[in-house]
Ligand binder design. Structure first.
Ligand code: PEP
Ligand code: MG
Length: 318
C-alpha cells in the first residue's frame, strides 16, 4: 500500500468523483523543497521563512534572503512557491528584535503585527520576495492577520518594496489563524487570491488552549466542531473568490481529509513525507459524500464524536 502510494505520488490527487485536490508541501529549508518534489508535491503551500531568521545574531540581508528564496523556488522546478512572510514573536522570539516583555506573547505583537511594527525587518524580506516573484511562480502569504487594515498595510508595503515588476501570476494570500479573521473571511476575500487556514494557531485561539501545552493536548483538537465551523465559514465566504488551503498539522490526518474536502477546502499542505499518503487518501474519497459527512460533523458536540463519525480510509481505494 505504502509503495503504491509512493509510486503514484507524482500523479495528481483526483477524487472518485473527479475533483482534483492540490496536495502541497510545508517547507522549512532548501532540503525540504527537494524532498517535496521527490514526494510528489503539486506546489509548496507554506514556506516558513523564519528558518532563515532563527539561530543567528543579526537579520539576514536582502541579498541573502533573495539567494535562499531563489534556490527554493528553483528547486521546486516550476511548482508554485508560497512564501509566508516572517512569523515571529509568540513562541518564536528573535534575539536581534528587541521587544518589550509580554505577559501573553501568543496574544502579543507577533506574526504580521510584528512585521508591520518593524519595517526595517520587513521591507528587505518583501523586496527579496518581489525579486523572486519576477522570475518564478510565487505566492506571498501574510501570517496572523486579524484585520483588513493589516492586510491592506502589508499589501501596500509589498507594492512599495521595489520597482521590480512581479510576474503576472504572482499571488497574494493570507493565513487564517485568528478566529475573528475566519468569521470575517468575506471581508478579506476580495483582497486575496487565497486563504491558508493555519489550524495549529486557529485551534489554539478558538479553544483558548495554548499549543504545545501537554496538559491541554486533548482539548486542543482541530477537529473540535467549533474549529470546523470556523473552517466552514472561511470556505463559504471564499467561495468563487479565493482558494482555500489548510496548512496546519491536521491536513495530514487521514480522518481530517474527508471533512476538510467536504467543507470546501481546495488544497491540503503537509510535511513532504506525508504527501504520498494524503494523495492516496484523497483518491479514495468522493467530495459529494464528504459534503454530507462534513455537514453531520458540524452538528456534533465533541471532537471525539467527529473522529467516531469518519470511516477509516479504505486500504484498497485508489
Ligand atoms: C498554523 O498555525 O497552523 C501554521 C501552519 O503556522 P505555524 O505552525 O508555523 O504557526
Ligand atoms: Mg501559525
Amino acid at each position: 500500500q505504502f509503495t503504491e502510494a509512493l509510486a503514484r505520488a507524482v500523479d495528481p490527487a483526483v477524487t472518485q468523483d473527479g475533483v482534483t485536490v492540490h496536495v502541497a508541501a510545508n517547507l522549512g529549508s532548501l532540503a525540504d523543497a527537494k524532498a517535496a518534489v521527490a514526494n510528489g508535491a503539486d506546489l509548496a503551500g507554506l514556506i516558513r521563512t523564519e528558518f532563515l531568521f532563527l539561530g543567528r545574531d543579526t537579520a539576514p540581508t536582502e541579498a541573502e534572503q533573495f539567494q535562499t528564496y531563489q534556490r527554493i523556488a528553483a528547486a521546486l522546478d516550476g511548482r508554485r512557491a508560497t512564501f509566508r512572510t516572517l512569523d515571529i514573536g509568540g513562541d518564536k522570539p528573535l534575539p536581534y528584535v528587541s521587544q518589550p516583555h509580554e505577559e501573553n506573547p501568543f496574544l502579543g505583537v507577533r506574526g504580521l503585527r510584528l512585521a508591520l511594527a518593524q519595517p526595517e525587518l520587513f521591507a528587505p524580506q518583501l523586496t527579496a520576495l518581489r525579486r523572486v516573484a519576477a522570475q518564478y511562480p510565487v505566492s506571498v502569504m501574510f501570517p496572523m492577520v486579524s484585520t483588513v487594515d493589516e492586510l491592506a498595510a502589508a499589501k501596500h508595503l509589498l507594492q512599495e518594496a521595489s520597482a521590480e515588476p512581479m510576474r503576472a501570476d504572482t499571488e497574494v494570500g493570507m493565513m487564517i489563524e485568528v478566529p475573528s479573521a475566519a468569521l470575517k473571511a468575506g471581508s478579506f476575500a476580495p483582497h486575496v487570491d487565497f486563504f491558508s487556514i493555519g489550524t495549529n494557531d486557529l485551534t489554539q485561539y478558538a479553544l483558548a488552549a495554548e499549543r504545545g501545552n501537554e496538559r491541554l493536548g486533548a482539548l486542543s483538537d482541530p477537529l473540535d466542531p467549533g474549529v470546523l465551523r470556523l473552517i466552514a465559514e472561511v470556505c463559504a465566504a471564499a467561495h468563487g473568490q479565493a482558494r482555500v488551503a489548510v496548512c496546519g498539522e491536521i491536513a495530514s490526518d487521514p480522518v481530517a481529509a474527508p471533512l476538510l474536502l467536504g467543507l470546501g477546502v481546495d488544497e491540503l499542505s503537509v510535511a513532504p513525507y506525508s504527501i504520498p499518503a494524503v494523495k492516496q487518501a484523497v483518491r479514495g474519497l468522493s467530495v459529494e459524500e464528504c459534503r454530507e459527512l462534513a455537514q453531520q460533523a458540524l452538528r456534533l458536540a465533541r471532537a471525539e464524536d467527529v473522529r467516531a463519525l469518519v470511516p477509516l480510509p479504505d486500504p484498497s481505494a485508489g
